[in-house]
Design a protein around this ligand. Structure first.
Ligand code: URA
Length: 199
C-alpha cells in the first residue's frame, strides 16, 4: 500500500500487487475507474476475460448489461466510481477459452485493502454491491446475499445496497426471470443514486 493514497497512486501500486496468487495467471491488475468526487461507488466481483485484456472494469458482456441498467436508471456512468472486490481475473482453461472462476474467501480478503483504500479515497456516501463477492468483501465471508437483499445496510459511515450481479441476469433461465431481475437492479441502482443525492 503506498503512503499517499490518491486514486492514481493506489492504481499504480496495485499493478505490482502480489497479495495472492491470482496475478500469476492474469494479464494485469484491473483497478477501479471513475471520479474521485463520485457520490456513488459500484462494486463488482472481479474482472472478466475482456476486462483482463483491456485493463478496465466492466467493459465486456457484464459491462454492457451494466451500461444498459445505468441508462435505464438515468445514472451517467461518468458520475459513478466502478470497481471490483478482486482486482485480478481468476480463470480456468476450457479448450482455448478462459472460463471465469469464483474467487476464494482468502482471495477476497487479500484484495480487500485495495477496495477499502478506494472507498476512503472516493469518500462516496453510498455503495452498491453487485453480487455476493462484493458484499462479502465489505461484510465478511458469512454474508448471504438473499438474507439482506433490498435492504439499506451500513458499512462504516456509508449506506450500502446489495443487489444482483449484472452477469446473474445473463444466466437466468427464462425471459421473465431476466426481466424481473433487470427491473430489480434498475430499481436498486436508482434508489442508491437517490440516496447519494444524484440528479
Ligand atoms: N464482472 C465483474 O464483476 N466485474 C467486471 O469488471 C466484469 C465482469
Amino acid at each position: 500500500m503506498p503512503s499517499t493514497r490518491s486514486l492514481p497512486k493506489l492504481a499504480e501500486a496495485a499493478k505490482d500487487c502480489r497479495g495472492c496468487d491470482l496475478y500469476k495467471t492474469a494479464t494485469q491488475t484491473v483497478f477501479g475507474e471513475g471520479r474521485r468526487d463520485a457520490a456513488l461507488v459500484l462494486v463488482g466481483e472481479q474482472p472478466g476475460d475482456a476486462e483482463d485484456k483491456a485493463g478496465e472494469p466492466f467493459v465486456g458482456p457484464a459491462g454492457h448489461v451494466l451500461d444498459d441498467l445505468l441508462e435505464k436508471a438515468k445514472i451517467p456512468r461518468s458520475s459513478v466510481y466502478v470497481t471490483n472486490a478482486v482486482k485480478h481475473f481468476k480463470w480456468t482453461p476450457r479448450g482455448k477459452r478462459r472460463m471465469h472462476s469464483r474467487p476464494l474467501a482468502g482471495e477476497i480478503v487479500a484484495c480487500s485493502p485495495w477496495l477499502s483504500a478506494e472507498l476512503a479515497a472516493v469518500r462516496a456516501d453510498v455503495v452498491v454491491c453487485l453480487g455476493s463477492t462484493a458484499a462479502q468483501s465489505l461484510f465478511g465471508g458469512t454474508f448471504r446475499l438473499m438474507a439482506s437483499f433490498g435492504e439499506v445496510l451500513t458499512h462504516e459511515d456509508r449506506q450500502v445496497i446489495v443487489t444482483y450481479h449484472p452477469s446473474a441476469i445473463l444466466r437466468m433461465p427464462t425471459h421473465e426471470a431476466r426481466e424481473e431481475a433487470r427491473g430489480q437492479l434498475v430499481r436498486d441502482l436508482a434508489r442508491a443514486w437517490k440516496l447519494a443525492g444524484g440528479k
